[in-house]
Design a protein around this ligand. Structure first.
Ligand code: NAG
Ligand code: NAG
Ligand code: NAG
Ligand code: NAG
Ligand code: NAG
Ligand code: NAG
Length: 452
């Protein structure tokens, strides 16, 4: 899903502490704030276009230059050696060590048990600047028996001066800078990981975004040139992306809260040969496995199918440059992901059950788990009428290992929610009670051997 960010998410940035990762002596376009640029018509979420431009940045005192001159590809060894100079998390992470989530046939083992389960999307968790909010969300997730939350593990801006709220890195024509400020930077994600551990909820962390929300690929191309299709092969962008991966994966690789790393949210290479994303997914997933062989890695794609699957219409055309079945065979990808937005893609709601069954069949053919990772409805009332049948198909007619609705919502001191939000509610018959409480319980109750 892509989304518009409500302006209420943007606080005022007062201090920042950045590490210069590398300087890029290239020509590039001027910095611009891209967070509010809608990329597609996929959502109809509320938007407020105010960009909170802060005039109160008072300190640049913590900028540390690690490497100042070039963006030539760094070797893995060089990356590791620079990592030792990064500030370490100040909250407990990884003390327990394990057990880590693993693949078990077409299912997953979590907490030492092979089981079906449900999860959710809460992309904004690492953007929250209020610890109580974060803690309350994890408490709600745990109470709902939602086992995994998918949270954006990226957040980049082109301009620290106009950025507001939380960003993990700055990308601009002079280079790549990691933000370790405790209120606005990577420590906000540290707190999410630490709290997830404490509450026994796991995390899927995508490490980039196709869309411009929280920066994404557009933030790379604004800084380093190229465009949304050349990004996958652009040396400068890929070097910066790998350095970001290196930082995050090394930071959390001891944490049992990590369910999986994801290469990107909804990667697309529109109009490209599907080999572009397949090659990029192969090499990037192998790179992540080289840093962290213990956690799972997934692509994070929408699951586009190609002929002869389906009827040749949009979702089966390969038009977005993704071939789900081919990518599922990549040895360093542990499972497949697919999303479902019939409203945005020009299909009717009942087609959704076909889409689910088709991905289950592809998973069976590959012998790998598939995850129904995003689905939702903008229906103002009764989202359960739209999403309930998809959950019933998943539960009763497939071996889909886990599914994850878009998106979890609850009362917070900010409002990052879109029209797909399903608000925490334990009243019998409410959308949340049906789609979260009831469904999570039903997935957990499903016999692990029934549909293997
Ligand atoms: C790039 O961002 C860094 C960190 O905010 C800043 O120090 C530097 O001046 C910026 N470079 C340009 C060209 O804006
Ligand atoms: C991206 O740039 C390449 C050339 O580098 C060009 O062939 C392609 O059409 C561009 N794609 C888009 C979406 O602009
Ligand atoms: C929904 O779409 C599918 C194919 O996309 C079609 O076969 C089916 O008849 C449609 N159902 C309704 C109720 O329109
Ligand atoms: C799911 O399975 C049930 C029982 O086997 C069957 O009646 C139903 O038509 C199936 N639904 C779909 C969407 O395949
Ligand atoms: C932090 O969140 C809690 C719970 O939503 C709220 O009660 C509190 O007022 C918030 N604190 C700030 C400083 O916004
Ligand atoms: C919970 O759901 C019920 C039934 O749909 C609704 O009447 C109530 O307003 C909801 N409560 C909250 C806090 O959203």
């Amino acid at each position: 899903m892509n989304l518009f960010i409500s302006a209420s998410l943007f606080g005022i940035c007062i201090l920042f502490q950045l590490l210069v990762v590398n300087g890029a002596p290239t020509s590039s376009s001027a910095s611009k704030l891209i967070l509010s640029t809608p990329k597609t018509s996929t959502t109809t979420s509320k938007i407020s276009s105010t960009s909170a431009k802060s005039s109160s940045i008072t300190s640049k005192s913590s900028i540390v230059t690690l490497k100042s001159s070039s963006t030539v590809a760094l070797s893995t060894t060089q990356l590791s050696s620079t990592l030792s100079s990064y500030p370490t998390p100040t909250v407990p992470i990884g003390a327990e060590g394990g057990p880590f989530a693993t693949v078990e046939g077409r299912m997953f083992q979590i907490q030492s048990k092979t089981q079906y389960f449900a999860g959710t999307n809460a992309w904004w968790l690492g953007q929250l600047q209020n610890d109580t909010d974060v803690f309350n969300v994890f408490a709600d997730l745990a109470l709902s028996q939602l086992k995994v939350a998918r949270v954006w593990g990226f957040s980049e801006t082109n301009n620290a001066a106009t950025a507001s709220g939380v960003y993990y890195q700055v990308l601009n024509s002079s280079g790549q800078y990691f933000n370790f400020d405790s209120n606005t930077g990577i420590p906000r994600l540290d707190y999410v990981v630490s709290t997830a551990e404490a509450k026994g909820v796991k995390l899927v962390l995508p490490l980039a975004n196709h869309w411009g929300d929280l920066g994404g690929i557009p933030a790379y191309t604004t800084a380093f040139g190229g465009n949304s299709t050349s990004w996958y092969t652009d040396a400068q962008s890929q070097t910066a992306y790998k350095k970001y991966i290196n930082l995050i994966v090394n930071r959390y690789k001891n944490s049992a809260a990590i369910f999986a790393w994801e290469l990107c949210n909804e990667p697309r290479c529109t109009g490209c040969s599907t080999s572009v994303i397949t090659n990029w997914a192969s090499s990037t997933s192998a790179y992540i496995k080289s840093l962290d062989p213990s956690h799972m890695v997934a692509l994070g794609d929408e699951g586009w199918l190609t002929p002869p699957a389906g009827d040749g219409s949009y979702a089966y055309s390969g038009a977005e440059g993704v071939d789900f079945a081919v990518n599922l065979a990549i040895p360093t990808l542990d499972y497949g992901t697919f999303h479902l937005y019939p409203e945005s893609w020009g299909y009717n709601d009942s087609w959704g059950s076909e889409w689910i069954a088709q991905h289950d069949a592809a998973g069976a053919a590959a012998g790998k788990p598939v995850v129904f990772e995003e689905y939702g409805s903008t229906a103002a009332v009764d989202k359960a009428a739209v999403c309930g049948p998809w959950q019933q198909t998943t539960l009763g007619n497939t071996s889909v290992a886990y599914d994850s609705f878009w998106q979890f919502a609850t009362a917070l001191s900010i409002d990052p929610f879109d029209d797909y939000a399903i608000y925490y509610n334990n009243t019998a018959g409410s959308d949340y009670e049906v789609l979260a409480f009831q469904h999570a319980a039903a997935m957990l109750a499903k016999n692990p051997t029934a549909t293997q």
